[in-house]
Design a protein around this ligand. Structure first.
Ligand code: ATP
Length: 304
């Protein structure tokens, strides 16, 4: 019996701009997305029936979980995929703006692709993933990409210079549909500059990447949940000028070029927010290593 272990990375948005509301009700976005090394671990094993085991009581159980919806979708398209037990070890906070569910979904699809030699390329996987959610295509690949459309159209960007992050997730959640529903795009004059961030990536200029960070959704989330704005202000007051909400929130992160500075900041912030998380950018090597395959006795099996 074969097994796969997949590392499913969280993402942050270095830039999140909303261009307009579309006729289909979705918003047209332009986002610079970055994978970070905060990750869930997923183990796929053949079983008598599809089954989810998880250590986290906040994620939906069984077949409602995005990890299991990925299993079902793959089984619908590829009949050689047998019933699977999925063991999900969550480290990414749930409903946090870090794409936790989307990355688990992408991770399961990647694992199944390798385990059963389905031979799907990245664009096939992105297309399949988009059937289950807009953030899933990015989570297939990354590690740095421009996402447009509803967020499902992915173009790789030059690798981000190493950056270090301190993340704080408040105990309450925010609803992504409510945040978009409350956003009045036409009234907002100042939009973050996606192209400036892309130029910073092209020039490997970490300072420019940090200075171009921005998230249009902050306006809406801060209105709905003023405590997120208070959190952002207090993280700036702790000594970091580059602080931003990720996605629709409520997680707020501080970003640094220097690891030592980030570690020092992490120690300070952890006193006030004991659940603070330290993370760094994921690079291509880490991404390539993220699916490991094993045979029955824990022996590695060939991926060819
Ligand atoms: P995004 O950034 O993609 O909008 P998020 O980080 O805000 O997502 P998630 O952690 O993905 O939020 O949770 C969003 C919803 O998905 C929650 O209501 C959660 O119950 C549900 N969900 C389903 N499967 C999972 C999973 N495996 N992990 C986390 N949440 C899941």
């Amino acid at each position: 019996m074969k097994q796969a272990t997949v590392t499913a990375y969280a993402k942050i948005n270095l830039v999140l701009d909303v261009l307009r509301k579309r006729d289909d009700g979705y918003h047209e976005v332009a986002m610079v997305m970055q994978a970070i090394d905060l990750a869930d671990t997923i183990v796929l094993e053949e079983a008598q029936r599809n089954w989810l085991i998880t250590d986290n009581k906040h994620v939906p159980p069984n077949m409602n979980n995005l990890a299991m919806r990925a299993v079902t979708l793959m089984q619908q398209y590829f009949h050689q995929v047998p019933p699977l037990q999925v063991t999900l070890q969550k480290r990414i906070p749930v409903a946090a703006g870090l794409a936790g569910g989307s990355t688990d979904c992408a991770g399961v699809m990647l694992g199944i692709n390798q385990l059963y030699h389905l031979g799907l390329g990245l664009s096939d996987l992105e297309r399949l993933g988009a059937e289950l959610g807009s953030d899933i295509p990015f989570c297939m690949g990354g590690p740095t990409a421009l996402a447009t459309g509803r967020g499902e159209k992915i173009e790789p960007l030059p690798a981000c210079p190493d950056l270090f992050f301190v993340l704080v997730k408040p105990s309450f959640g925010v609803s992504t549909p409510k945040v978009y529903g409350n956003l009045r795009v036409a009234e907002l004059r100042e939009h973050p500059d996606v192209n400036r961030c892309i130029r910073g990536l092209e020039e490997k200029n970490a300072g420019q990447v940090l200075r171009s960070m921005g998230n249009l959704l902050e306006h809406s989330t801060f209105e709905l949940q003023p405590d997120v704005k208070k959190l952002k202000d207090s993280m700036i007051a702790c000594g970091c000028p580059h602080v931003l909400m990720s996605g629709s929130g409520p997680t707020v992160f501080a970003a640094f070029e220097e690891e030592a500075q980030a570690q020092q900041y992490y120690r300070t912030v952890s006193k006030q927010y004991p659940g603070a998380i330290f993370a760094r950018t994921v690079n291509q090597n880490l991404l390539e290593e993220r699916v490991a395959l094993y045979g029955t006795h824990g022996k590695e099996i060939s991926t060819n």
